[in-house]
Ligand binder design. Structure first.
Ligand SMILES: NC(=O)c1ccc[n+]([C@@H]2O[C@H](COP(=O)([O-])OP(=O)(O)OC[C@H]3O[C@@H](n4cnc5c(N)ncnc54)[C@H](OP(=O)(O)O)[C@@H]3O)[C@@H](O)[C@H]2O)c1
Length: 236
């Protein structure tokens, strides 16, 4: 297992991001946390830094054109340089077919694909110098689409293609891999309690995943020194 790395975690304040932050800190990595909400970031930074000083964090909205550059500047002014990047960001917008519009497509593509690709591009020299890795969370729905999420699934498909292209551009110094997830948390479950059961039973394993199961695979891919351009499916 590699440890003691400097890892940028994008989407650190999300359900999965928080667990990834804790796991990286626990194995001795230095994590730079990013998200939009300063109070959530501050609380997480104190927790993962404990008992030492808070972990560094950067507030940045990836919908803004300067979002990726804000993160790069935040890295430079805190830990300086990076070894690895974990991409766990972005919303899960519901876009019913009848209401699908340009604005939502552009926003979702920006936060899930354009900004992450520009961020990796901007930090490519750091990654190469460190023989580093990028691991991104993507969605099993890219290859097995579900309804009401055309914008999100399109954006995740663009992210997958873009990162696979970057895996070729950045090889052999930098490895770029993805974890393609089934459902861990379903934001629409409250509105339709039967939905959870219906969706879970579609999976051969008959249940949703756990955050710990995702973290396990993500850390394994960060450390997988003979893998690049791969998409590891879990929970399908
Ligand atoms: N959870 C699942 O079941 C599941 C399944 C398949 C794939 N995934 C993928 O796994 C990743 C993590 O999922 P999750 O459930 O942990 O997501 P989540 O709880 O919704 O968290 C999303 C994270 O992205 C950040 N974010 C959202 N919009 C942003 C923006 N415009 N600029 C910068 N940061 C932004 C949020 O920051 P703030 O807290 O500041 O808003 C938060 O840190 C996502 O890429 C998701 O698509 C998740």
């Amino acid at each position: 297992m590699k440890a003691g790395r400097r890892v940028l975690l994008v989407g650190a304040t999300g359900r999965l991001g928080m667990a990834v932050a804790r796991a990286l800190a626990q194995r001795g990595d230095r994590v730079v946390l990013t998200g939009r909400d300063p109070s959530k970031l501050e609380a997480l930074a104190s927790e993962v830094g404990s008992p030492g000083p808070p972990a560094p964090f950067v507030c940045a909205d990836l919908l803004r054109d300067d979002g990726p550059e804000t993160i790069v500047q935040g890295v430079r002014s805190t830990i300086g340089r990076l070894d690895d990047i974990v991409l766990a960001c972005g919303p899960f917008p519901r876009t019913p077919f009848d209401a699908l519009a340009r604005d939502e497509l552009v926003r979702t593509l920006t936060v899930h694909a354009i900004a992450p690709l520009l961020l990796v591009h901007a930090l490519a020299t750091d990654l190469a110098d460190a023989r580093g890795a990028v691991v991104a969370l993507t969605d099993a729905g890219v290859t097995r689409p579900y309804t009401n999420h055309v914008a999100y699934l399109t954006a995740k498909g663009a992210l997958q293609t873009g990162l696979r292209a970057l895996a070729v551009e950045l090889a052999p110094e930098v490895r770029v891999n993805m974890v393609s997830l089934g459902i861990v948390a379903d934001p629409e479950a409250d509105a339709d309690p039967l939905r959870m059961h219906r969706l879970a039973t579609r999976s051969p394993l008959g249940r949703f995943g756990t955050v710990d199961e995702v973290v396990h695979v993500l850390l394994a891919l960060l450390d997988a020194t003979w893998a690049t351009g791969e998409i590891w499916g879990v929970g399908r």
